[in-house]
Design a protein. Structure first.
Length: 203
């Protein structure tokens, strides 16, 4: 299949580690017996290098930048094409799109002023999303499109507790016995109930 392929479209290219490109380059050269880059196959890279670079586990800024394709000699063998018109943006979003582009091109200076639409009239996201809902007669459809994105579990629990305050009815607390599933009695001492209750794992 790879030998018959005329074009390979590689989406989200800036997020890919340079070693992945080198591996594909070597693979295609071996398969095609051709020493041209990528065995002479046309590789179309898609995306914007102003977005996310490859994620390097516990990597420094230097390692992260070094993992980018743009820092490798292979990048010089690509022909660059630039898209100049934002086809996805609606007419009402053109100004915001141009503002984002200016940030990416470093034209906004050292201080970035957010547009007015980034400042909602109500600063409390919980009140903003749920104040118009009657929880006595709410339907699942009314919750559609309402979400608050949280970066960690602790903050998520805080937000959840505040949303629960909007709910009608009496609060009920159910207690459970937490213990580690192990036959080794030493593990029971190493991981006491208090420690397990302090954890907030995903899910």
């Amino acid at each position: 299949m790879l030998l018959k392929t005329k074009l390979i479209v590689w989406d989200e290219a800036p997020m890919t580690h340079v070693q992945a490109f080198l591996a594909v380059d070597r693979l295609l050269q071996d398969l095609t017996k051709c020493k041209e880059p990528f065995g002479g196959k046309v590789i179309l890279l898609v995306e914007d290098f102003r977005q996310v670079l490859p994620v390097i586990l516990r990597g420094s800024r230097t390692l992260t930048v070094a993992s980018s394709l743009k820092k490798h000699a292979l990048w010089l063998k690509f022909h660059k094409l630039y898209l100049t018109k934002n086809m996805r943006a609606f007419e009402s979003e053109r100004v915001f799109g141009a503002w984002l582009l200016d940030i990416g091109e470093k034209k906004s200076g050292s201080t970035i002023q957010l547009p007015l639409q980034c400042y909602p009239s109500i600063q409390d996201p919980i009140h903003q999303l749920y104040s118009d809902i009657d929880f006595f007669s709410v339907t699942p459809q009314e919750f559609k499109g309402r979400a608050i994105l949280i970066v960690n579990n602790e903050r998520s629990m805080e937000i959840n507790n505040k949303v629960l305050e909007f709910m009608p009815g009496n609060e009920t607390v159910y207690k459970v016995v937490d213990m580690i599933m192990s036959e080794d009695p030493q593990d029971q001492l190493t991981f006491p109930e208090e420690f397990l209750n302090s954890l907030t794992p995903t899910g």
